[in-house]
Design a protein around this ligand. Sequence first.
Ligand SMILES: Nc1ncnc2c1ncn2[C@@H]1O[C@H](COP(=O)(O)OP(=O)(O)O)[C@@H](O)[C@H]1O
Ligand SMILES: Cc1ncc(COP(=O)(O)OP(=O)(O)O)c(N)n1
Length: 265
Amino acid sequence: MTPPTALTIAGSDSGGGAGIQADLRTFFAHGVHGLVALTAVTVQNSLGVQGFTEIPADVVAAQIKAVASDMGVDAAKTGMLATAEIIRAVAKTLDEVGGDIPLVVDPVAASMTGHALLREDALEAIRTELFPRATLITPNLDEVRLLTGISVTSPASQREAAEALLAFGSRWVLVKGGHMEGSTCVDLLTDGDAVISLSGPRYDTENTHGGGDTMASAITASLAKGASVPDAVAAGKKFIERCVAESYPLGAGVGPVSPFWVLTD
Ligand SMILES: Nc1ncnc2c1ncn2[C@@H]1O[C@H](COP(=O)(O)OP(=O)(O)O)[C@@H](O)[C@H]1O
Ligand SMILES: Cc1ncc(COP(=O)(O)OP(=O)(O)O)c(N)n1
C-alpha cells in the first residue's frame, strides 16, 4: 500500500543529526514517505556549523513542484530556509501547488551552538510570507525572542509570547519550552481558543542536536496521516521525549536525539 507523503523543505546537516537527515529518519519512523526540497548545504559537525551554501531559489521551487505534481504532498514542513529569496520562492510555490496542504513552519534561525542559519534580512520574510500560510509554527525560546522581543521565563510569558506570535497569522502556535528552567519540559500549544499545555520529564542529557527538527517532522508526519493539530502535537511530544531519552554521544560536542528506538519497540 502507498504510504502518506510528507515534504521537508530544509537544509542538509553533514553531521546527520538535524536538517533533512533528522526529518527523513523521523518520517521513516512514522511510516511516512519523505520528500525533499533542499535549501542549503551546511558544513557542520557536533561542534558547530562551519558555513553553508544556499541552493538557488528557483531550484528549491523546482524541487517542490516536481514532487508535488507527480507524487502529491499530504503535509509539508519548513526548516532552515537560509535566505529571504528562498522563503519568497517557497511561499509562492506552496500557493501554486496547493495552498491547503498542512504546513508546519519551524522558524530555524540559528543552530543550538549559536551559528546563524538564516541571512539577516530573512526573519522578516518568514514572519510575513510563511507564517500566514502556516497550519502551525514551532519556535524555540531563542526564536520567540527574535520574532517577538519577549523573553520567556515563566508560564505567563510563554502564553504572552504565544499570543503575540498568533498575531502573525498562523492557525496554531507551539512555543517549545525545552530551554526553560525546571525538572519538566513544558510546551504551549494554542490557536487563540484552545490553550494546551504539554508537559513531560526533562531528561538529563546534553545530546539534543536535531530535537526541534525531529519534533516538527514528527508532527508533520502525523498531519500527513490525517491527525488533528492537537493530536499530532501530543504524539510529537511523546515521540521527541523518547528520542531525547535515547540520544547518544557522537563527536566531541553535542550528540543527536535518536529515533532508533522505533526499530526495537
Ligand atoms: N532535556 C529534555 N528532556 C525532555 N524533553 C526535551 C528536552 N529538551 C528539549 N525537550 C523537548 O524537545 C522539544 C524541542 O524543544 P526545544 O529544545 O525547546 O527546541 P529546539 O530543539 O528547537 O531548540 C520540545 O518538545 C521540548 O519540550
Ligand atoms: C541543516 C540544519 N537545520 C537545522 C539545524 C538546527 O538544529 P539544532 O542546532 O540541533 O537545533 P534544534 O534542532 O535543536 O532546533 C541545523 N543545525 N542544521
